[in-house]
Design a protein around this ligand. Structure first.
Ligand code: HEC
Length: 144
């Protein structure tokens, strides 16, 4: 085989440079959209996050599967068709034998619900409707 001449080398060099710019452009401009069905993180949801921390709900519950394991995962407690807002409120207002009644104010209660709603609208846990794309990433489909 003939050794590569200068023209060949230049051609390869510049096509690699061009590929780099195209690749960078694609990587930095795609795949960063906010999920369409998610609500923004409102100030009420923000207060709910603080309240969630204040009462240390995570010591017994999990979000995205992380947390304590005495109570159930709360990621989709609001978005789940079998549970929902009133269901969650009932637990928070009365407590159970194992979960304390925190005697929280209506503001705190509403805020925690807003926070849990925000989480449930953003993600699904455990992930049910996911497929692996041909290029190796996981894609989740929302039901809505
Ligand atoms: C001491 C542990 C503990 C703490 C702290 C706690 N919980 Fe619970 N929670 C439980 C247990 C256990 C259950 C399951 C019901 C039962 O067995 O009594 C539960 C049930 C729930 C449910 C119903 C979930 C379902 O899917 O059935 C919700 C909603 C909930 N808790 C929210 C909260 C929130 C919000 C906080 C913080 C303000 C909190 N919990 C703090 C123990 C706790």
């Amino acid at each position: 085989m003939e050794p590569m001449n200068k023209v060949h080398k230049r051609w390869i060099f510049w096509s690699l440079i061009l590929s780099f710019f195209i690749y960078s452009f694609v990587v930095y401009t795609s795949g960063t959209e906010f999920p369409k069905n998610s609500k923004q993180f409102t100030s009420e949801a923000k207060l709910g996050k603080d309240t969630f921390q204040k009462y240390n709900c995570i010591s017994c519950h999990q979000i995205f599967g992380l947390g304590g394991y005495m109570g159930p995962d709360l990621t989709n407690v609001i978005s789940d068709e079998h549970r929902g807002e009133n269901y969650a409120k009932a637990f928070l207002l009365t407590g159970t034998e194992r979960m304390p009644n925190f005697q929280m104010s209506d503001t705190e209660l509403g805020a925690i619900i807003a926070y849990l709603k925000y989480i449930g609208n953003t993600v699904e846990y455990p992930v049910k409707n996911s497929t692996t794309t041909w290029y190796g990433t996981i894609e989740t489909k929302s039901d809505e």
